[in-house]
Design a binder for this molecule. Structure first.
Ligand SMILES: [Ca+2]
Length: 281
């Protein structure tokens, strides 16, 4: 396993640098285009000067119009450069809608009595998946988290590798919540009290066993949070639903449980979030 915690910052910095390089290439193109236009207008000015001396056939006033257009283009260029300078390179990362867990640049890590990393032991895509592992010594609070400045709606999906079907180990799964309205809490997961079937919960509905049998291997967990309902899916099967207008501002891929439960390791891969156009922001 490659531990994420110590290296995540480095990956983020590398990605920021690459992102910045891409951002600054656009202003460079704009500046180059402006300089080309400047040279052309300068040449036309020289031609008009020749015309005013009866040495050329260019119509009077062309150079004046060119200078006006050049001034307008200059103002536009300055506005573009200011825009690029003030938009942080990380904004594109914040808007990313998927993670295949090959580099792990996006998430905030919590790892109390456990660890988070990338592993090639199991992977749904590419060469690696996120791996969450517990260790003994106390309450396990291990997760990857995305937070947003305001609640939003959307469909969340992640592939989860169940290593402990048939065993009572720890909680693990896909969770979302709304800090503005704490009752709006959503999940599809495995629970330490249920070794045989998967579990869900939603607003006003506590942890509820589903009819989907736990098996070792990859399973798709999905949460749909909309203006009319919350729907929970496991492997494309609707396992729970609550009517209402809901939203979330936090997403977590979780491994947790009390100190007295056995240790566990679970894998996550191919996270995706699809936002609805009716988001509440
Ligand atoms: Ca992957």
């Amino acid at each position: 396993m490659v531990p994420i915690t110590p290296s995540a910052g480095r990956h983020v910095l590398e990605n920021k640098r690459r992102g910045a390089a891409r951002e600054y290439s656009v202003p460079a193109v704009l500046v180059a285009a402006y300089l080309d236009a400047f040279k052309e207008v300068r040449m036309r000015n020289m031609v008009e000067s020749r015309e005013s001396l009866g040495m050329d056939t260019m119509r009077p006033g062309d150079a004046r119009r060119d200078r006006s257009r050049l001034a307008a283009a200059g103002i536009l260029l300055v506005a573009c450069l200011v825009l690029f300078a003030t938009v942080p390179p990380t904004q594109a990362q914040a808007q990313a809608q998927s993670d295949t867990f090959e580099l792990k640049p996006l998430w905030t890590i919590t790892a109390e009595n456990g660890s988070v990393g990338l592993s090639s032991d199991q992977h749904h895509s590419g060469a690696t998946a996120a791996v969450l592992s517990s260790r003994s010594g106390g309450q396990r609070n291990v997760w990857l988290q995305l937070t947003y400045p305001a609640p939003r709606k959307g469909a969340l999906s992640v592939w989860f590798y169940d290593t402990a079907a048939g065993s009572s180990t720890l909680y693990s799964g896909l969770y979302a919540s709304n800090s503005v309205t704490p009752a709006e809490d959503f999940s599809v997961n495995v629970a330490d009290w249920n070794p045989t079937t998967y579990v869900w919960h939603g607003p006003g509905v506590g942890e509820t066993a589903t009819a989907v049998t736990r098996t070792v291997g990859w399973h798709n967990f999905s949460l749909q949070v909309t203006a009319t309902a919350f729907n929970a899916f496991i492997d494309g099967i609707l396992v729970g639903s609550v009517s209402g207008d809901f939203a979330f501002d936090s997403i977590r891929l979780v491994l947790s449980g009390p100190s007295w439960r056995p240790n566990a390791t679970f894998y996550f891969d191919d996270f995706r979030i699809s936002r609805e156009p009716t988001c509440r922001e």
